[in-house]
Write a protein that binds this ligand. Structure first.
Ligand SMILES: NC(=O)c1ccc[n+]([C@@H]2O[C@H](COP(=O)([O-])OP(=O)(O)OC[C@H]3O[C@@H](n4cnc5c(N)ncnc54)[C@H](OP(=O)(O)O)[C@@H]3O)[C@@H](O)[C@H]2O)c1
Length: 259
């Protein structure tokens, strides 16, 4: 039985990934901070799909988080076949008015931890000549977003980083994929304090299940990146044909619109 490690598995896209991998008969390792939620999801997966699960509570916004997670899996003697680097948070507001420590925590989670986990799990995968990694970016990976400056830059990192590493991995049997969703119906907008903005309008949201399915197919198809939804894909490609300053003005006006 193959094993998948999913970070941020306690809700939203990560939880949808857990269900999808369970349907495909993987052993599921669920990691995030909320142990109670992880245990509940793990029990549901065991009952519904008969798969084996392990929950590992860990705060990946702490610099020690990735090492603690890797060490715990080594203690348990578990080899990871697929890593879903999904845990992430957003933020909303003018940079000069933001709480510095919260912004730094977000960068630690969205950038440092994601890269650190890849560096911890890749060597064994390359040695074995097999493995898949999926990093969750965003449509904001493709353009600057004022009022979400650190967040959009963190997601630009995810896409650029994944594309570079995917190229390095050619011929090793290991693949890296960036999943770049647009607005999705999860806890994200509430925790990012964006739930009053029109971008969080429920009518425009994809379901986390649909996003995870697109990511799963792209991962198994060894694609370097994928944008779920045709409209989201258009929104990531059109800006390339316009001056960046204009694109930046447009993304700001979109983010400023209230519900
Ligand atoms: N929803 C969207 O519109 C959207 C669009 C583009 C990209 N994304 C990306 O999709 C990914 C998943 O987000 P989501 O939309 O599914 O949101 P979500 O429902 O809020 O899920 C976020 C997950 O990250 C975990 N997490 C947060 N802080 C953590 C920490 N310090 N350590 C470990 N885990 C932590 C949360 O679990 P705990 O609270 O239990 O720790 C939760 O499981 C993120 O990377 C996000 O940037 C979302």
């Amino acid at each position: 039985m193959k094993t998948v490690l999913i970070t941020g598995a306690s809700s939203g896209i990560g939880k949808a990934f857990a269900e999808l991998f369970a349907k495909n008969n993987y052993r599921i390792i669920l990691a995030s901070r909320n142990e109670e939620k992880l245990d509940l999801i793990a029990r549901q997966l065991e009952i519904s799909y008969g798969v084996s699960t392990i929950t590992i509570p860990v705060d990946l916004a702490q610099s020690s988080g990735p090492v603690l997670l890797h060490e715990r899996l080594q203690e348990l003697g578990i080899q990871i076949d697929v890593l879903i680097n999904n845990a992430g948070i957003g933020s909303f507001g003018l940079l000069h008015e933001m709480d510095v420590s919260s912004e730094l925590e977000m960068l630690q989670l969205n950038v440092h931890s994601l890269s650190h986990l890849m560096m911890l799990f890749l060597p064994a995968m390359v040695q074995r000549g097999s493995g898949h990694i999926l990093n969750v970016g965003s449509t904001t990976s493709f353009y600057p977003c004022p009022l979400s400056a650190n967040y959009s830059a963190s997601k630009a990192f995810v896409l650029s980083f994944t594309e570079s590493v995917a190229n390095e991995l050619q011929g090793t049997g290991v693949t890296a994929t960036a999943l770049c969703p647009g607005p999705t119906g999860t806890e994200f907008f509430r925790t990012s304090k964006m739930d009053g903005q029109s971008v969080a309008n429920p009518k425009g949201l994809m379901s986390p299940q649909a996003v995870a399915e697109v990511g799963y197919k792209a991962l198994m198809g060894k694609r370097t990146f994928v944008v779920p939804g045709f409209q989201n894909w258009i929104l990531t490609q059109v800006p390339r044909f316009f001056p960046r300053k204009f694109v930046t003005r447009v993304t700001r006006s979109v983010l400023e619109q209230k519900l």
